[in-house]
Design a protein around this ligand. Structure first.
Ligand SMILES: Cc1ncc(COP(=O)(O)O)c(C=O)c1O
Length: 358
């Protein structure tokens, strides 16, 4: 079996279809954690209406999208910069802020390390027992610390209070604190967890955000950074002015106006996360971790299988789950599954049931 690349992600349906000899539409993808309801139907309408715009350059100021997104996030428009997915801004940050030594709260999303290394920097992965706030004591000598909240792949959301020691320590160490809130929209009571509304007024704090997951538009690429006006100005200078395209702008505006789709999404995730968690807990050898996001990390130690074996057996059944063996700092063998709709979740559970009982 081919070993997993260190930065390999979920969601590669085309490769899976080829590997398992299946049609793409036969596959259910639990390996990428995207809104199972898909985008708002209004998004498709807006794209059709705005299709004529592709013969022009997109608006570098992104139309009404920054104002709408600032409203959604509860921040000032001047403190926000849109990007071609959160990923564009993850890559822009080390370049722009000259991050040469970074501390990364592990296990977590691999692109922080990839971005720092791509711009010539080095990364130290730091574990923590209870909360990444414990990293406060280790920040001396680092240009930046990366924290993901809620964290991918564990699904844990950290309270604001638990992260404040990191902000305090950054004043002394001079490190930039980068908190990735790509999954924050899925968190109940997000205002107690998010540092978003502190970012404009706290020097050295950058919050990353993504419209990919909650709004179900990974193919359009929309993300944002929220920070002081000074940092936003630097980021703006270092990135392509047209990286957010006309259709993404139209889609983002339509998505943010569809409040009903947002509440339907939250309700579906709340119900299905709890259903999936209970059902997974009942399967022999599987131990899901409690999660506040739209995915569940599942420890498979008790099955006696390697993650590679389990992922392969699921793949042959047309179900993609995320092999977590390339997450640095994750000690036990784990898979990550997205929370999807009931029929798909039942298909996952049936297949897992077959696989774990041999
Ligand atoms: C924690 C985290 N941040 C950011 C991203 C990138 O999101 P985007 O699609 O907005 O580039 C991902 C994608 O998986 C992610 O898991």
């Amino acid at each position: 079996m081919r070993p997993l690349d260190k930065y390999e992600h979920g969601g590669n349906i085309a490769r899976a279809a080829q590997k398992y000899g299946l049609y793409e539409k036969e596959i259910v993808d639990f390996s990428a954690s995207i809104n199972p309801l898909g985008p708002s139907p209004k998004v498709y309408g807006a794209i059709e209406e705005e299709l004529w715009k592709i013969k022009h350059y997109p608006d570098p100021d992104c139309g009404n999208l920054p104002a709408l997104l600032a409203g959604h996030l509860g921040v000032e428009r001047e403190n926000l910069l849109l990007g071609n997915g959160g990923a564009e801004l993850i890559y822009a940050l080390p370049r722009t802020l000259n991050i040469k030594r970074a501390l990364v709260a592990a296990p977590t999303f691999s692109e922080y390390a990839a971005a720092v290394e791509a711009s010539g920097g080095a990364v130290t992965f730091a574990g923590y027992r209870h909360s990444p706030g414990e990293l406060a004591a280790q920040m001396d000598g680092y240009d930046a610390v990366f924290i993901c909240n809620p964290n991918n792949p564990t699904g844990r959301a950290f309270s604001r209070e638990s992260l404040l020691p990191v902000l305090e320590a950054s004043k002394k160490s001079g490190s930039t604190v980068i908190v990735d809130e790509a999954f924050i929209d899925f968190v109940e009571g997000r205002s107690e967890k998010s540092l978003m509304n502190m970012a404009g007024g706290t020097p050295g704090l950058v919050i990353l955000y993504s419209m990919t997951k909650f709004f179900g538009i990974p193919g359009l690429r929309l993300g944002a950074a929220v920070s002081s006006q000074e940092t936003i100005g630097l980021l703006k200078k270092s990135k392509d002015p047209w990286s957010v395209n006309a259709l993404a702008i139209a889609a983002g505006e339509a998505a943010l106006r569809d409040v009903r789709h947002m509440s339907d999404t939250l309700e579906a995730i709340r119900e299905e996360r709890s259903y999936l968690f209970s059902a997974l807990s009942c399967l022999p050898g599987l131990e899901p971790y409690p999660s506040e996001a739209n995915f569940l990390l599942v420890d498979i130690t008790g099955t006696g299988m390697t993650t590679g074996e389990l992922v392969e057996k699921m793949g042959r059944r047309g179900i993609l789950v995320r092999n977590c063996s390339n997450f640095k700092g994750l000690e036990s063998p784990c898979i990550r599954v997205a929370v999807r709709l009931r029929e798909e979740n039942d298909r996952l559970l049936r297949a897992l049931g077959e696989v774990v009982s041999g």
